[in-house]
Write a protein that binds this ligand. Structure first.
Ligand code: IVH
Length: 671
């Protein structure tokens, strides 16, 4: 094999592998920038030697084929990709190239839009109704993800949104679905607290969310959308990109900012503005897209591979750099979860000096084989907390040391514990000062007991001065003791005591949230108080009882039971009760008040349901008073069977449980 064909083969194989990691596994090994470089090299060789192009070369299609499990949708027109420019010189060269192909280019106008780093989606509207939606797939055929897309609040389910226009008979548009950075960080914070694996970046999170087979899971990720292209449609379609954006906006679609430019100099100015604004945005952009405004000219210029000649992406300089990993530190969170972070040799990324970065969890360090002393790749994009992508293995000297997670808590030095099925390690010492500070901070926070004016400074002071040993101690704070604290005058002490007193009236849901049980945030707390009238009742609940509540799975159920079983927590509860902090549920527990048709019956579900998802069926059964458990036992009254039931069917028959179908259940309930 000639060196050229060898290199071609190597590039194609690498790109295929990275495509798979990126599009199918949502777990890229290299940065977009590195990927783009491989791709650019391949394209360049193929352009110079067109005879080497094979139909299966990655340049011959965009992205990856649709995965199993989804219906396929053929796009009405190819969902094209874009060529990339990495410098303003590249942009000038582009314009020069296309000027030679068509004289009209000399007079052409452009539009400049942010290049959103999300997922391309294709939305079909018929007579004004959103009827179908798909991923881009391999640009010809995508995956049908209509239900998932319906969960995106920015997506109009009906157009036009106002009533001044008539609906188009048929309209197919393309846009980008993405997860705002603030929502991404909030989501990761919650996952981290629950001891679950956090996501690496907003784009992967969005990709994972859109490709869920169960759309209720998509709905838990607050995705949003911007629409920028008409793929196909009936009636008079706009002849330019500028008018396309106006048209889309008029119909009620969210659209990106699109700046109209008459010269390349203006275009470059807009590129600069976006590069400067990049860090202030709540979404990731990796560049800007420059499009010839006139569609007729754009189309005449034609396509190379999958890239239209008349449009180009100007990619920002990489926000990935490499630097040395000096040390791996470990933080202790409110729930005791230990989180590793990287202490880095300070390095500038996009104008900001970075000296610390997230390492997600101990599994991540292990999977990526990150060693102390390694040269590591670090990424920072938008406002996302910088994170380590992985080591540069080629830069190793042999002096690097593998990292072993600590066996004791770095703050209180008590042994740490691992919970089966979770990735996190926990410090379970309730008296750990690191945890107590975070716990108390959470206990008094706005969504919990809302002790007005008790910020982190005061929390730290109270813990460090030994006035508070657990969260309940704030209810026995004495004025004299407070007055001895630095910075506490009479007024400040009185205000604090007053705020603490006022917090005694908070609802049961707030108190349950305030306790800080792993996985129990405001929503779960609210669900719990629908079923348990007070903390006495909740502390008696078993894992099985708890799992009958919609939205509570085995992890949360165990976390709740474990929390109440700890003697230290029992002491906290006793103190709270003593202090009169013992609210009752505002809604009487439903099961006790209004009789429900399935009261007292235990259900198990098996097989694939056709009329609803399992989660929906479970919630529905529970709303009718039934208990839904995961496995068949002597207590099972009914087995609800869908298609292809598993071994549960035989077991249920053996144990004499009644077996019913979805239709029979419907009849039973309506009867
Ligand atoms: S235009 C011919 N406009 O960037 C039309 N793409 O390869 C080609 N993207 O996967 C796309 N923001 O998902 C266009 N304002 C924008 C965009 C945009 C993000 C994505 C698109 C595509 C990639 C380019």
């Amino acid at each position: 094999m000639s060196p050229l064909s060898q290199r071609l083969e190597e590039l194609r194989q690498k790109i295929r592998r990275h495509n798979y990691r990126y599009y199918v596994l949502n777990d890229p090994l290299i940065s977009d920038y590195e990927y783009d470089q491989l791709y650019a090299e391949l394209r360049e060789i193929e352009e110079e030697h067109p005879e080497t192009v094979t139909p299966d070369s990655p340049t011959q299609r965009a992205g990856a084929p649709p995965a199993e499990g989804f219906q396929k949708i053929e796009h009405p027109a190819p969902i094209l990709s874009l060529q990339n420019a990495y410098s303003y010189t590249d942009l000038e060269a582009w314009l020069e190239r296309i000027s030679k192909l068509d004289a009209r280019v000399a007079e052409a106008d452009f539009t400049v839009e942010p290049k959103l780093d999300g997922l391309s989606v294709v939305l079909h509207y018929e007579n004004g109704l959103f009827v179908r939606g798909a991923t881009r797939g391999d640009s010809e055929v995508g995956e049908e993800i209509t239900q998932n897309l319906r969960t995106i609040k920015a997506l109009p389910l009906r157009i036009p949104v106002g009533d001044s226009l008539g609906p188009p008979q048929r309209l197919v548009v393309r846009g980008e679905a993405f997860l705002p950075i603030s929502d991404f960080e909030e989501l990761n914070r919650r996952l981290e607290e629950a001891g679950e694996k956090t996501y690496v970046n907003p784009r992967n999170t969005a990709a994972g969310a859109l490709r869920q087979l169960d759309s209720t899971l998509t709905a838990q990720r607050p995705l949003t959308l911007l629409v920028y292209q008409i793929v196909d449609g009936t009636g008079d379609l706009p002849p330019t990109q500028r008018e396309t954006i106006a048209y889309l906006r008029e119909y009620g679609f969210p659209t990106p900012e699109s700046v109209f430019c008459q010269t390349l100099d203006e275009v470059i100015e807009v590129c600069q503005t976006w590069a400067e604004r990049r860090d202030q945005l709540d979404y990731e952009i990796d560049g800007v897209v420059i499009k010839i405004n006139d569609h007729d000219l754009l189309n005449t210029l034609g396509i190379v591979g999958k890239d239209p000649r008349g449009a180009i992406a100007y990619k920002f300089p990489a926000q990935v750099v490499t630097t040395q990993l000096w040390e791996i530190g470990v933080n202790v969170g409110r729930t005791g979860v230990l989180t590793p972070y990287a202490v880095l040799k300070p390095v500038k990324i996009g104008g900001v000096t970075v000296s610390q970065a997230t390492l997600h969890n101990f599994d991540f360090i292990d999977e990526k084989d990150i060693r102390v002393g390694d040269r590591v790749r670090v990424k920072r994009a938008g406002d996302v907390i910088p994170y380590v992508i992985g080591p540069v293995e080629g830069a190793r000297t042999g002096a690097e040391r593998p990292f072993t997670p600590p066996e004791t808590c770095p703050v209180c030095e008590q042994p740490v514990e691992h919970i089966e099925g979770e990735v996190a390690w926990y410090c379970v010492n309730a008296a750990c000062p690191a945890q107590l500070i975070r716990n108390l901070e959470h206990f008094v926070s706005r969504g919990a007991m809302d002790v007005v004016g008790m910020g982190i400074k005061i929390v730290e002071q109270l813990v460090q001065e030994g006035l508070v040993h657990d969260v309940a101690d704030i209810y026995s704070l004495e004025r004299e003791a407070l007055l001895e604290l630095e910075g506490f005058a009479a007024k400040k002490a009185d205000n604090l005591l007053e705020a603490i007193e006022a917090s005694k009236d908070r609802s049961l849901a707030r108190l349950v949230t305030a306790l800080g049980v792993r996985g129990v945030g405001e929503a779960v707390a609210a669900d719990l108080t629908q079923h348990y009238p007070d903390l006495d009742a909740l502390s008696q609940a078993t894992v099985d009882d708890l799992q009958t509540i919609g939205g509570i799975g085995p992890n949360i159920a165990h976390a709740i039971v474990d929390w109440f079983a700890r003697p230290a927590n029992q002491r906290v509860l006793a103190k709270l009760k003593n202090a009169g902090v013992w609210p009752k549920a505002e809604h009487p527990a439903r099961a006790e008040s209004i009789p429900q048709p399935l009261d007292g019956l235990t259900f198990v579900i098996t097989g694939k349901l056709t009329q609803s998802t399992r989660r929906e069926a479970k919630a529905h059964l529970e709303s009718l008073g039934a208990k839904v458990t995961g496995s068949v036992s002597g207590n099972t009254d009914y087995l609800l069977v869908g298609e292809n039931p598993g071994s549960k069917l035989k077991k249920a028959q053996d144990l004499g449980a009644r077996v019913i179908s979805e239709d029979e259940l419907r009849q039973m309930v309506s009867g």
